[in-house]
Ligand binder design. Structure first.
Ligand SMILES: [Zn+2]
Ligand SMILES: [Zn+2]
Length: 419
């Protein structure tokens, strides 16, 4: 029986992560969407002629999970993930249907069916199906995020999903692993190291103090999932009193974070932090947020929708905008940072407030990627989830002697050529 993996997405791109691994089962690893493409239309995983037997989800971010309901147009397979991942997916998928409607390849019926076909899979509690053994490990990326270890006929295939080794406010960080035969690893930051976390945290707090002292608001456009929680925890771990308002879907997702305390680093501290911030419930709260110097954490992270756009035009001139996450080219976050404008209803709107970018990434930086690969000691390295992983593949080959490749979309990589 052949052992191979088909790359259905996230191949030489970030977005629509989807891979079909063939052992004695057909196993889908992630099934995401790419929300913003050059064409501004969503992109979905490539078609495959193999019928999946099961589906394993690394984490809830839509670029990994966003197309799962579409599997239930003509499948009854079980999909597996950690419990917080499933609960968060439910919120994100409902929101996608609200925003994208007909632009999605699934409808409410498929969404409901998908939720019925889920089974929990916990960290370090392996399951066996046929001759394939599956185990999840904490990826240190967001709540419930997993690295997936698959063993088949004595060979290990290890898929990192999105991961971070360094400790953050919310997570302890992924542990290094060894004894891997094939390593499929994200390479988002293959060409960049993140600045020291503590320095970035302190810089953020300085910016907050300076802006609030001069009577302004600090607007933090943030992904509802992951970044919102990290920022709440961060600000509260430095300062218990500075006024913080949280708006958007991040409120709902924070509730799920609290429902699964074992998936975060310091649940008691996070609970206290959440209780101490203002969760914006309506117009009066929104007004209160900008009426006084305060920090406003709100979605969407790339500023292409969500409450952030309303806040943006209600800030006084002493205010400041700080982006802490990656903004894809063409999004408002990106044009604001680089050209000082956003686009709303087809109109370019100038923003005359200072804008800064602080790197609080939830992904491993370049040095950790190399370290992770070296510790895993794989025979083969597959670089996915990166814009130009072919350069990194070349470097790993020439400087470190690895059989590394950056598969193309649609490429089949054979993992066991003996038989
Ligand atoms: Zn992610
Ligand atoms: Zn991702």
């Amino acid at each position: 029986m052949e052992f191979f993996v088909d790359c259905l997405g996230a191949s030489r791109e970030v977005g629509r992560s989807a891979f079909m691994l063939r052992t004695d089962k057909n196993i889908l690893l992630d099934y995401g969407i790419k929300i913003f493409d050059e064409s501004n239309l969503p992109k979905f995983p490539l078609e495959t002629s193999l019928k999946p037997d099961m589906m394993l989800l690394s984490h809830a971010h839509l670029d990994h999970s966003g197309c799962i309901p579409a599997l239930y147009r003509d499948n009854k397979i079980t999909w597996y993930s950690t419990p917080p991942t499933k609960d968060i997916c439910e919120i994100l998928w409902l929101d996608s249907m609200k925003i994208m409607g007909d632009g999605l390849p699934y409808r409410l019926g498929h969404f409901n069916k998908a939720l019925k076909h889920w089974d929990p899979l916990l960290y370090k509690k392996p399951i066996q199906t046929g001759q394939t053994r599956i185990e999840l490990f904490d990826a240190g990326h967001i709540s419930g995020a997993s690295m997936i270890d698959i063993e088949y006929k004595g060979k290990t295939f290890f898929y990192t999903g999105d991961f971070k080794c360094d400790e953050t406010m919310m997570h302890k960080g992924a542990k290094f692993i060894d004894g891997v035969d094939t390593l499929m690893i994200e390479s988002t930051y293959a060409q960049k190291d993140h600045p020291p976390r503590k320095e970035v945290e302190q810089r953020l707090m300085e910016e907050i103090y300076d802006t609030l002292e001069s009577g302004g608001n600090v607007l933090l456009p943030s992904f509802a999932l992951g970044r919102t929680q990290e920022l709440i925890a961060l600000i509260r771990s430095y300062d218990e009193n500075v006024p913080v308002y949280v708006d958007g879907m991040g409120k709902e997702i924070s509730r799920i974070y609290m429902q699964y305390p074992s998936y975060i680093k310091d649940p008691e501290k996070f609970k206290r932090a959440i209780r101490s911030v203002n969760l914006v419930a309506g117009i009066p709260d929104k007004k209160a947020a900008t009426r006084q110097p305060s920090v406003i954490i709100t979605s969407s992270g790339m500023m292409n929708g969500g409450p952030v756009l309303n806040y943006l035009f209600n800030l006084n001139s002493n205010s400041k905008i700080i982006l802490t996450g990656y903004c894809v080219e063409g999004t408002n976050g990106n044009t604001l940072l680089n050209q000082g404008f956003i686009t709303q209803d087809g109109e370019q709107l100038q923003v005359d407030l200072p804008i800064e970018y602080l790197d609080l990434s939830a992904h491993a930086g370049r040095t950790d990627l190399i370290k992770f690969i070296k510790k895993a000691g794989p025979e083969k390295v597959l670089l996915v989830h990166g814009d130009h992983p072919e350069e990194f593949a070349k470097e790993l080959k020439e400087q470190h002697g690895f059989d590394a490749l950056a598969p193309l979309p649609g490429e089949r990589v054979i993992l066991d050529e003996e038989k």
